[in-house]
Every structure is written in C-alpha cells, then in structure tokens.
Design a protein around this ligand. Structure first.
Ligand SMILES: C[S@@+](CC[C@H](N)C(=O)[O-])C[C@H]1O[C@@H](n2cnc3c(N)ncnc32)[C@H](O)[C@@H]1O
Length: 275
C-alpha cells in the first residue's frame, strides 16, 4: 500500500519533525498539511494510505479504518495477572521473570507487552514485524507511550524494554545462533480471520498474511531453549499441518496455543522438530 505522511492541522515543530522522520524512514512523501483535508491529500496523491503525525504519535489511515498505538488488552491482562488470574499465553510459554522471548509476529505488540511485564527487568523481549508501517507504529508507541502510573505495576517500563526489528522472521531466525531465546512465539494472521471483535481489523490490509511455514518452525526450535508457542484460531487445522500435537487455551476461547517443548534437546532428549 502506498502512503503519504502528513501532520494534524496546526502542528507543533515537534510534530512536523516526527512526520518528516517517518517519511524518511518509510521512503514516503511528506506533505505539509496546510488547510488541506485528509481526503483532499489522498485524492491529490492518489493513495489509500495516510500517516498523520500528532502529538501522541502517528495515526495510520487505511481503507480498513485508522489505528494508532494503544495498550489494547495488554493492560487488562496485566491487571488480571497481578490479581492472580492466569493468562493462557503466559501459561503456554511457561514464562517467568528473567526469561527471553522472541515474538516473531509483533503486530500491535499486545502480547509482547504482557510478556515483557512478566519477564521483568532481567528478561529480554524482541519483537519482529515484517510490515514497515506496523513495525514503525509499534516501535514509536513502545518508546514513547506513557501508561497509567500505578504503585502495583509499571507498564511503561515494560513497553520500553521491548526491542523492535522490522524484519521477516523467516530470515531473522535463520541468522540466530542455537538456543538464543528461551521462548520463540508466533501469532500469524489466522487462516480464517475472526473479524468480529478483532482489534486487528485496522491493520489487516497492512499485515503480512503468509502462513507460518514448517521451515520457520524448525528454525524456531533450534533457536528456542525452552518452547516454541504458536497461537491459532480454535479448531484450525494449522496445528495439524505444522505437526503440533500439544495445545492449550480456554475451554470456550476462540484461540488456542500450540506448544512445542524444546527443553528436551538441551537435556539430551529428542522431539519431533529437532532433526
Ligand atoms: C496476528 S498479528 C500479531 C498480533 C500480536 N501478537 C499482538 O499481540 O498484537 C500478526 C502480525 O505478524 C506479522 N507477520 C506476519 N508474518 C510475518 C513474518 N514472516 N515476519 C514478521 N512479521 C510477520 C503481520 O504483519 C502482523 O502484524
């Protein structure tokens, strides 16, 4: 999708500076907003994608709607964890403080934020995202968004600890040494999207929709010390296709987590993905 970058009307110098930097990073034209409407800019440049820099960061406009960085369900999930409830993704990962996670499909970074909160200051979270626009929005949001100040939990520092790479996991995994992360996580775009109630709808046209390949899962098992976790729609045939036999998730949940245990390989054991 072609984009142009502009600002809100009457931008501060900082907002104009942000818009110019985004334009350079995405190799997209920068258009001074002046008094033009967004519709007029779209028409003049014949693009469906617009990125509008504002004080709180960029807002991305596509035919699917608009989106900007926000905590989405991450805040509620973190509150639930603090209140002793369990989170299916964290349980599937077996994630604990000090562990490292490679989130191969960063998207809106909701899962990465929850993982970062649990892994804590001694942990390490890296998020990969192949869409340049999605990666940019996540990176800026994770660097600048300030969460509600609270004595019980500090979401803002959890955001700051996440490292974002605009990369395709297929290539990135190949270049990593063996056992370099505790957990490797995939949440690819579902083969049968759940459109209703999906917070992914605004990024659908920007997202990389290729299916997760068996080669990438094999690489992930080489890279992961403990587990490879794959999120998929409940009832999907993807787990079967990928040879994943262990799944977990809520009984009535629309998603499930497939788990490949890699721990056995460092204990001399074998499992299907370690050739
Ligand atoms: C379902 S979303 C992930 C949502 C994310 N777990 C969250 O909590 O917001 C999938 C994301 O993975 C990205 N993606 C798909 N294939 C990829 C690949 N090969 N490398 C990197 N990112 C990829 C898509 O562009 C999309 O943004």
């Amino acid at each position: 999708m072609e984009f142009v970058v502009t600002t809100v009307q009457h931008p501060s110098p900082a907002v104009t500076d942000l818009a110019r930097k985004i334009a350079v990073k995405l190799s997209a034209p920068f258009v001074a907003r002046s008094r033009y409407s967004l519709a007029a800019i779209r028409k003049q440049y014949n693009v469906s994608g617009l990125i509008v820099a504002a004080t709180d960061g960029p807002v991305v406009h596509t035919d699917d709607g608009e989106y900007f960085f926000h905590l989405s369900m991450a805040e509620l999930r973190i509150k639930n964890l603090i209140n002793g409830k369990h989170d299916h993704m964290i349980t599937a990962m077996g994630l604990a403080a000090g562990m490292s996670v490679l989130d191969c499909t960063l998207g809106l970074a909701t899962d990465a934020i929850v993982a970062s909160f649990v892994a804590g200051e001694a942990g390490k979270i890296t998020g990969l995202e192949s869409s340049p626009v999605i990666a940019l929005v996540a990176e800026l949001g994770l660097q600048h968004f300030v969460g509600e100040a609270n004595q019980k939990y500090d979401i803002t520092s959890a955001l700051r600890r996440i490292k974002v790479e605009n990369a395709d996991f297929n290539h990135y995994l190949e270049a990593l040494p063996d056992n370099s992360f505790d957990i490797v996580y995939f949440d690819p775009m579902f083969r049968n999207p759940i459109y209703k109630s999906s917070n992914l709808n605004p990024i659908r046209s920007l997202a990389d929709k290729r299916p997760l390949g068996i080669a990438a899962v094999k690489q992930a098992c080489r890279v992961a010390k403990r587990k490879v976790v794959v999120k998929e729609a409940a009832g999907s045939r993807e787990f079967e296709r990928l040879g994943i036999t262990t799944t977990t998730g809520g009984k009535y949940s629309s998603v499930q987590y497939g788990i490949i245990d890699c721990f056995s390989k460092i204990n001399g054991g074998g499992q299907i993905w370690n050739d």
